[in-house]
Design a protein around this ligand. Structure first.
Ligand code: GDG
Length: 496
């Protein structure tokens, strides 16, 4: 299948045997100051992980491109047509789902990011439950299902991703019972006690059960989901899934498998980028520009309240105040990629973080040598890897995180087997990266101690820890993740 991007309205007679579906396409439309669209790579973990897995694969990726479709009911939009997407971007063929600005406000900024996102992350921020946000969520999920059914060949495999599209499996199965449908959740799945707050809890569980295979990052996410099926729908799950026996559905009895598929990264690629002379030079230049302190500490996150940027800032600032980190001894660099800037909780978080940083620099800075450096801007991947190479201690302290790829990328970039990873117990990555310095992000003294332990560990101990983490990541990379999910999906479908 050619890797071209057909414009809206073009004859869509092409169908595909593998359809990958996510809220976002891997390319993203940004409006330039002259109003022209500029295409860039979509930020965030989902694209980072799926893009390498799909490179060169004969598949189509279906999603939103970041630009708004004309609103059929708005007179200003009458007759407006979007320019075609440019050719040749993305790892495979791409097809756009049309979503209007108003729908994005309700579906994405609203239900996805003010209801589901906080609820699934331990309700760190209060989830909003509004009926006027649920309706566009249903509507957009239905539109995705329609678009997929146009693009999927008979008997095709459809792999639906993430919390924005939890109703798609059910809508799709109702239209196309011939398809094998997999669903993977990139964020945590919450315990029953939290999930059952959701007024639309049954609809979401039923939506997911339209899939043949439902994957989570961790065994606890899978277990949470299985116990919900019992509690809400009176089903009888076992450890690996459940059998649906609804005689009113066209498919009758059907097995739904539920399991843990911990996502990963393209380990070899990070390792290779880190070894290049350019990245090595850039890493040395970064340390130089920071004043060659004894310790460089690093945080890299989307600017999100789940990531615990405040946890590490507080710990680092207190260590400076306590005198346990000496002035000029260490510099903490926080790279915070702009994210969800239209959502109020994110605007507030940005203010809070920037206030904390400003205060810490004011209280503990030396002229020409601030103890914290802060970048609120996206950067290219090579530069990010140069920061990984330059950092003695990587701080990954989310309150809750599905996996956290940054932790894995850091270890993959450390071909010298040096560096130390401080990692929250509440990141999915903690299940595998047990050789990191594990911390409870709610325990301020524990975080401070872990930072000091990481800074002062013997090189031999750091070497042992990093070697163990790297060998796990080489054995469990993103290709293996994608293969194991798709193989399981294939097995179930053939047993049907
Ligand atoms: C969700 C789940 C799960 C960040 N800033 C820049 C940049 N990044 C890249 C990182 C990494 C990715 O974005 C972030 O991935 P995470 O996994 O850390 O976090 P989320 O975006 O929240 O991802 C998460 C993931 O999905 C996959 O399932 O692990 O738990 O929340 O790859 O490197 N990349 C570039 N410039 C930046 O400024 N190039």
């Amino acid at each position: 299948m050619p890797n071209v991007l057909p414009p809206y309205g073009q004859d869509m007679s092409d169908t595909f045997d593998l359809v990958v579906v996510a809220n976002r396409l891997p390319v993203w439309a940004d409006s330039g100051s002259d109003g022209d669209i500029m295409w860039s790579r979509s930020p965030g973990g989902l694209v980072s992980s799926l893009e390498p897995a799909l490179r060169g694969v004969d598949a189509v990726w279906v999603g939103w491109s970041g630009r708004y479709a004309p609103d059929p009911y708005a007179s200003d939009d009458y007759g407006v047509e979007l320019d075609p997407l440019p050719d040749g971007l993305g790892p495979c063929a791409l097809r756009e789902v049309e979503i209007t600005r108003e729908e994005i406000e309700g579906y994405y900024e609203g239900f996805c990011n003010t209801t589901i996102w906080p609820l699934y992350h331990d309700a760190i921020a209060s989830p909003a439950y509004h009926r006027h946000l649920w309706d566009p969520y249903v509507e957009v999920n239905r539109r995705f299902a329609e678009r997929i059914s146009e693009l999927a060949a008979h008997g095709a495999t459809v792999w639906v991703h993430d919390y924005q599209l939890q109703l798609v499996p059910r809508f799709l199965r109702d239209r196309r019972p011939d398809l094998r449908i997999g669903f993977f959740l990139h964020i945590p799945f919450p315990p029953v006690e939290l999930f059952t707050q959701l007024p639309w809890r049954k609809e979401i569980v039923e939506g997911l059960l339209g899939a043949d295979l439902i994957g989570f990052h961790t065994p606890s996410g899978a277990a949470n989901f299985l116990s919900l099926t019992q509690r809400l729908l009176d089903l009888d799950p076992d450890e690996t899934g459940l059998t649906l026996g609804d005689a009113t559905r066209p498919e009758g009895h059907r097995r739904v498998r539920v399991g843990a598929f911990p996502i990963s990264i393209d380990t070899a690629e990070y390792d290779a980028i880190a070894r290049t002379a350019e990245v090595q030079d850039e890493a040395a230049a970064i340390r130089d520009k920071l004043g060659n302190p004894k310790f460089v500490l690093l945080g890299v996150d989307r600017l999100d309240y789940t990531k615990g940027i405040d946890v590490r800032l507080k710990a680092f600032t207190e260590l400076l105040a306590d005198g346990r980190i000496k002035p000029g001894e260490a510099v903490f660099v926080q790279i915070a990629t702009p994210s969800r800037e239209n959502v109020e909780d994110y605007q507030r978080l940005r203010d809070e973080i920037e206030l904390m940083i400003g205060r810490a620099i004011g209280d503990h800075g030396l002229i020409g040598a601030p103890p914290i450096q802060y970048l609120h801007q996206p950067m290219d991947r090579e530069s990010l890897v140069a920061f990984y190479v330059a950092a003695d201690v990587m701080l990954v302290t989310p309150y809750r995180d599905g996996m956290n790829l940054v932790a894995k990328e850091y270890a993959a970039s450390r071909h010298d087997n040096g560096g130390a990873l401080v990692l929250s117990e509440f990141a999915g990555a903690a299940v595998e990266l047990t050789d990191s310095f594990l911390v409870n992000p709610y325990d301020a003294d524990g975080v401070k101690q872990a930072i000091l332990d990481a800074m002062h560990a013997e090189p031999a101990e750091l070497h042992r820890r990093m070697t163990a983490m790297r060998s796990l990541l080489f054995a469990h990379d993103v290709d293996r993740w994608a293969r194991s999910f798709l193989d399981s999906l294939g097995d179930i479908a053939t047993q049907r």
